[in-house]
Design a protein around this ligand. Sequence first.
Ligand SMILES: Nc1ncnc2c1ncn2[C@@H]1O[C@H](COP(=O)(O)OP(=O)(O)O)[C@@H](O)[C@H]1O
Ligand SMILES: [Mg+2]
Length: 266
Amino acid sequence: MSVSDLSCLTRHTDGGRVLVDDLGKRYGGAAGVDAVAGVSLDIAPGEFVAVVGASGCGKSTLLRILAGFEAPTSGTVEVGGRPVTRPGPDRGVVFQDYGLFPWLTVAENVRFGLRQRGTPRRRAGQIADAFIEVVGLTRFADRFPGELSGGMQQRVAIARVLANDPAVLLMDEPFGALDALTRTQMQHELRRLYREAGTTVVFVTHSIEEAVYLADRVVVMTGGAAKGVPGHITEVFPVLLGDDRDVNAADFNALERAISERVHAG
Ligand SMILES: Nc1ncnc2c1ncn2[C@@H]1O[C@H](COP(=O)(O)OP(=O)(O)O)[C@@H](O)[C@H]1O
Ligand SMILES: [Mg+2]
């Protein structure tokens, strides 16, 4: 059964607003380094925001703070009207270093959160199967993570987080380990699913093309400790290309180029 047939996704209407106000993060105390400073963002429920910028500009720091893995040094972060103080089921996280349970099979990993929240075994199994199909791993449902490639493990992590149906999805380079073809398929699925569910997405990527293909807005960050200025937002580009995006179209390429110039201008 497919994800749509099972109505696995609740439509999130008001749970997913993300409000970041004058956020700052310093690592290492008073004599430490300011990773980010003065970051403010207001993300509407159901909006897809991509964050791009050179390595070290604080993209992951921002995401880890939104996830509740780290506390800000200054400023505030709210999700769904509540201050973020710790990780929570309202926020689904796909980070490269946020692993699967190695002692559980693929299907058990994907079912885990659902069972934790009391979803009956049979329904949890159906939902897990549907999302495992979305990421193209049905044949591997009974394997253990250690038996899969890095890219396949990443797809399991994506299935797991989607099955949990969070109001906000936080993804840090989620497709980085995938080959080009799988990456395109996953981009396509993600776009379809988040639109269906009205999920808010904050998505960090190195690929400006991927950002323009997926996002409603692309946030450009520059700076970073190595540059002697804290990481900060330099520009926010709305993506006014409609739903049917063609990576080869002239307006697509023009926007991609403008964002790229902004990233490289520092
Ligand atoms: N746990 C940490 N301790 C000290 N410095 C850190 C830590 N995490 C990140 N940094 C520093 O903060 C800056 C931003 O890092 P990060 O958020 O990982 O950037 P990005 O994800 O954009 O590459 C970098 O200069 C990095 O070295
Ligand atoms: Mg990073």
